[in-house]
Ligand binder design. Structure first.
Ligand SMILES: C[S@@+](CC[C@H](N)C(=O)[O-])C[C@H]1O[C@@H](n2cnc3c(N)ncnc32)[C@H](O)[C@@H]1O
Length: 345
């Protein structure tokens, strides 16, 4: 006999709507992506525009663009202020390239490389290997090394991400007043620049892949720290790393599995002064079922690079395998914690 609780004549349970909006997440991602790709929010910065004006400037088909913006407006992104005339909303402001908390680069990465890689998620679940490699035929960082535009957008995402958290991170740790700080996998140097700016007695080494550090000069110059900072291109899997007193690894260890993460930490420890410190800056996974964006970020790491977000206990174990002592974990007002380590002596 049919189960009456599953009869289709009954009204759907309230969870039905919640489940539908979960299912539709991919549509919203793509709507946001096309809005950023076409630069719609920037075009509305000086006031509302008609669909015909927007379509002409962006080389879009007016009716299709209208339907996309109407759909976005139903989520509070843009507003139809008169028939076929759209304006910015507080949510849409975040799609402007000149907004201090702009999410433009992040949306481009999510809507392009990450989107295609997530389409192969089942591959990751069957193998534990990154779906990105299955979708693109090569690892993510190799792909970026061969695609200059994608690499520029990725580096901008990281800089945007740093901009949102840097003040809190710099004030959360008692940095030394002198010595050499090495930012390992430091990208374009936004974090290191802020550390050096706040601590005029420190000198810096920005270490990343050669094609990445090449693009760091504008960031270091804008912060006025270029004379206290050298850029070194290299591979953190091929020691020796540059010598220093304090090693920063912000959102680097989460890109790698335990064996490779341990190797990076060991290479830092080998290059580090006797009384040096290592700071891993990552979002830790909280225990339990509570909602946490870090649990989705963890899946992003599996899909893109085969890395992972870790719990406090997993960091303790990782540090031990790298010959490091985990000294303390400092929470910050951001999603990041600072995991401080030193050599085991
Ligand atoms: C997720 S990004 C983090 C960038 C920066 N630390 C930040 O927080 O904005 C990871 C960085 O690791 C760098 N990276 C990846 N593989 C590397 C390698 N083998 N040697 C050196 N750097 C590498 C990438 O180029 C990238 O800049």
């Amino acid at each position: 006999m049919a189960d009456p609780t599953h009869s289709t004549t009954a009204a759907p349970p309230p969870e039905h709507t919640a489940m539908q909006s979960l299912i539709n997440g991919y549509r919203v991602t793509q709507l946001l992506y096309v809005a950023v790709k076409l630069g719609i929010a920037d075009l509305l910065a000086d006031g509302p525009q008609t669909m015909e004006e927007l379509a002409a400037t962006t080389d879009a088909q007016a009716d299709a663009l209208y339907r996309a913006l109407r759909a976005l407006a139903s989520f509070g992104v843009f507003r139809e202020v008169a028939p076929r005339r759209f304006a910015l909303t507080p949510l849409a402001e975040l799609l402007r390239t000149d907004h201090p908390y702009s999410l433009c680069a992040a949306i481009l990465v999510q809507g392009e490389e990450a989107y295609r890689a997530w389409g192969e998620l089942l591959y990751s679940l069957r193998t534990g290997a990154p779906a990105f490699d299955q979708a693109y035929g090569m690892p993510h960082f190799d792909y970026l090394a061969h695609h200059a535009e994608a690499s520029a957008v990725f580096n901008r995402t990281m800089s945007e991400n740093t901009a949102r958290s840097v003040t809190a991170l710099v004030s959360a740790y008692a940095f030394p007043t002198s010595g050499v700080v090495v930012d390992v996998g430091g990208g374009h140097g936004a974090f290191l620049a802020a550390v050096l700016q706040a601590h005029p007695g420190l000198r810096g080494v920005l270490f990343d892949q050669p094609h990445v550090v090449e693009g760091s000069a504008p960031t270091l110059e804008a912060a006025g720290v270029e004379e206290r900072c050298v850029q070194v291109g290299g591979d953190f899997f091929t020691p020796p790393l540059p010598a220093g007193d304090l090693y920063l690894l912000r959102q680097v260890i989460h890109d790698w599995d335990d064996a490779r993460s341990s190797a990076i930490l060991r290479h830092c420890a080998q290059a580090m002064a006797q009384d040096g410190k290592i700071l891993v800056i990552e979002a830790l996974i909280p225990s339990g079922n509570d909602p946490s964006p870090v649990k989705l970020l963890d899946m992003q790491m599996l899909v893109m690079t085969g890395g992972r977000q870790r719990t406090e206990e997993e960091y303790r174990q990782l540090y031990a395998t790298a010959g490091l002592r985990l000294l303390r974990i400092l929470p910050t007002t951001t999603q990041f914690s600072i995991v401080e380590g030193a050599r085991v002596e």
